[in-house]
Design a protein. Structure first.
Length: 211
């Protein structure tokens, strides 16, 4: 039987995508499926505006209307509630980050072998406010910390990696992707972690394959 294929889109700066990672990896464990993890860098400014706060939580700059503020505040409250239940930490970022460099780091890690140690560490530290995902040197150190030779990373960020990142983003949008976490099964798009049960329905359980 041909192994099923599933494409999963994520963004390190999305708390909802962070919370979906455990269940997504479980899909791979439970089903006969080959999952392709692909970054999709969200343009948050276009739909939620922007804001920057200082260490005391005071708003230093904002370009966000009242509706956007209510939505953002609820989203982080909702995600922290779920994170607490799972023993995870989610601290709202103090600004809107450009996650593309961290995403290019993931693509680099994947080229070298297992991306999961990098993937997990970036998510954990970013949401603890312990990682500047916009700094290529910081991302290079994370790669090295998880055992990935990173001598060529800075060159990759500026050249091939950036081109691959941009190509993947265009291809995702051609498939209809607009947010994360997103899943594509046989050309069918599902958005949001609450749709993982529907994704699972499209996949064959591993036990059925092994019988």
């Amino acid at each position: 039987m041909t192994t099923q294929k599933l494409t999963h889109y994520f963004d390190y700066k999305s708390p909802y995508a962070y919370l979906a990672q455990e269940e997504t990896f479980r899909l791979q464990e439970d089903c006969d499926v080959d999952i392709e993890w692909l970054p999709y860098t969200l343009d948050i400014l276009s739909f939620l505006g922007s804001a920057e706060v200082n260490a005391a939580g005071q708003v230093m700059h904002e370009a966000r209307n009242a509706h956007q503020w209510r939505r953002v505040k609820y989203s982080y409250m909702d995600c922290r509630r779920e994170a607490t239940r799972r023993g995870l930490v989610i601290r709202g970022p103090r600004k809107i980050f450009d996650s593309s460099i961290a995403h290019i780091g993931m693509l680099y890690a994947r080229r070298q072998g297992d991306f999961r140690p990098y993937h997990g560490l970036v998510y954990e530290r970013f949401w603890k406010r312990e990682l500047d995902i916009e700094n290529p040197l910081v991302i290079q150190r994370v790669l090295e910390e998880v055992g990935i030779p990173a001598a060529g990373f800075l060159e990759y960020v500026q050249g091939e990696g950036r081109r691959e990142h941009d190509r993947l983003r265009r291809e995702a949008e051609q498939l209809g992707v607009f947010g994360v976490p997103s899943y594509v099964v046989n050309g069918e798009l599902f958005w949001g972690s609450e749709r993982i049960p529907r994704v699972r329905e499209r996949l064959t359980p591993r036990s059925s394959v092994e019988q």
